[in-house]
Design a binder for this molecule. Structure first.
Ligand SMILES: Nc1nc2c(c(=O)[nH]1)N[C@H]1C(S)=C(S)[C@@H](COP(=O)(O)O)O[C@H]1N2
Ligand SMILES: [Mo]
Length: 326
C-alpha cells in the first residue's frame, strides 16, 4: 500500500464517485482496492471476498474494479491545474470551428435554446438535458493545459458538470463500459457502394502519416470556411452522402474521474462556437482530440464495435491511439 494514495485530494467526496463505489472510510477503500487487485498482503483474497467490505466492493462490479485499479496504478491521478494568471489570452480553436450541419446551425441561431443533451444506451433512465438543466447540476471549474498532437498547447479555465453527475442521474446498467460522445459536426461525407471502395484505395496505398492527414483536414476545414466555398451548404447535406460526424469515447474510469466534465463555460464566459458550444468534453489526462466538441448525445455502451469504424473515435478510426494519455 503506497502512502501516496492517501493524499487528501483523493477522498471519495472530492471524486464524486457513485455511492455504490464509494466506501465509508479510507481503510475500507484501500482494503477493497487490494482485494480487487488480487493483492494478498492484507490477509488473502478469499478472506477479503467473504468480508462485508469485500462483498460490497465486489458487487460494485467491474466499474469499481477499473476505477480502483487506475487510481492505484497511476502515479499522478489528477492532471495539473494552473492559477488564473497562466490562462492563455487566446484558446486556439482547432478541427471544426463552425459545424456546417443544418441542425446545429438552427440551434446556434437561437443561442442553443432548444439544445438537449441526450443520454442513452445502457442506462436505466435515458435523459434529455437542456443547458439550464446542466447548469443546475453541481459544477466544477478547472484550469488545465490542452495539448494537441499537432504540437501546440493552451491553458483554459473550464466550467461544467462532472460527467459522473450526469451518468449517476441516468443510472448505468451492469454491462456499461464506455461513454461514447456523438458530436454535431460532419467531418466528411461517405459515398455509398462501389464509389467508396474506389476512393478509399489510393489513400490506403499512399498511407500519409496521421499528422499530415489531421493537418490536411484541419487546413481544408479552415480554408473552406474562410472561402465559403467547399463547406457543405445546408440544402446540399443529403445529396453529398452519409455524414460522418466527429465522435469520441472513454472508459468508465475516465468517465468517473473528477476532472472529466462536460464544459459549458470557457474562461468564465459561455463556450464560443469555435471551442465547442454549447457543450464539450474535458478529459484532462488525455490529448486534444479526445476533448469532443459540440456534444449532442452520450451513448453508454458495452463495446465500441458498430460505432463509426469501431475504433472509438473519428481520429482513432484513422489511426490514432484510443487511449491518448499525456
Ligand atoms: N466535434 C469535434 N471535436 C473535436 C475536434 C473536432 O474537429 N470536432 N477536434 C479535436 C482536436 S484535434 C482538438 S486539438 C480539440 C480542439 O479544441 P479547441 O477548438 O477548443 O481548441 O478539439 C477536439 N475535439
Ligand atoms: Mo488536436
Amino acid at each position: 500500500m503506497t502512502p501516496r494514495l492517501m493524499t487528501p485530494r483523493l477522498t471519495p467526496r472530492r471524486l464524486r464517485i457513485p455511492a455504490s463505489i464509494a466506501l465509508p472510510h479510507r481503510r475500507g477503500f484501500l482494503t477493497a482496492a487490494a482485494g480487487l487487485l488480487g493483492v494478498s498482503a492484507l490477509g488473502g483474497c478469499d478472506r477479503f471476498a467473504a468480508s462485508p467490505t469485500g462483498q460490497r466492493a465486489l458487487k460494485a462490479g467491474e466499474d469499481a474494479n477499473l476505477f480502483v485499479q487506475r487510481l492505484l496504478l497511476t502515479p499522478a491521478s489528477l492532471a495539473k491545474e494552473f492559477p488564473d494568471s497562466e490562462i492563455s489570452p487566446w484558446f486556439k480553436p482547432n478541427g471544426t470551428i463552425e459545424p456546417p450541419d443544418r441542425a446545429y446551425k438552427a440551434l446556434a441561431a437561437k443561442s442553443f435554446d432548444g439544445f438537449k443533451l441526450r443520454v442513452d444506451g445502457l442506462v436505466e433512465r435515458p435523459q434529455d438535458l437542456s443547458l439550464s438543466d446542466l447548469r443546475a447540476l453541481p459544477a466544477r471549474t478547472q484550469t488545465t493545459r490542452h495539448d494537441c498532437v499537432e504540437g501546440w498547447s493552451a491553458i483554459g479555465k473550464w466550467t461544467g458538470v462532472p460527467l459522473a453527475e450526469v451518468l449517476q442521474r441516468a443510472g448505468l446498467k451492469p454491462k456499461a463500459r464506455y461513454a461514447v460522445f456523438h458530436c454535431a459536426d460532419t467531418m466528411e461525407y461517405a459515398m455509398s457502394g462501389e464509389e467508396e471502395e474506389e476512393e478509399a484505395e489510393p489513400e490506403k496505398t499512399a498511407n500519409p502519416s496521421m499528422e499530415t492527414r489531421l493537418e490536411g483536414a484541419e487546413n481544408q476545414a479552415s480554408d473552406s470556411q474562410a472561402a465559403g466555398a467547399e463547406a457543405p451548404k445546408p440544402e446540399d447535406e443529403e445529396s453529398q452522402g452519409t455524414p460522418v460526424r466527429y465522435y469520441e469515447s472513454i472508459d468508465l474510469t475516465d468517465a468517473y474521474h473528477p476532472q472529466t466534465i462536460l464544459a459549458y463555460d470557457l474562461n468564465g464566459k459561455a463556450l464560443p462556437v469555435s471551442n465547442g458550444a454549447p457543450l464539450r468534453l474535458r478529459v484532462e489526462r488525455q490529448l486534444g482530440y479526445k476533448q469532443a466538441k459540440y456534444v449532442m448525445r452520450i451513448e453508454v455502451t458495452e463495446g465500441l464495435n458498430g460505432i463509426g469504424d469501431g475504433k472509438g473515435g473519428y481520429w482513432e478510426d484513422r489511426g490514432y491511439e484510443w487511449y491518448a494519455g499525456i
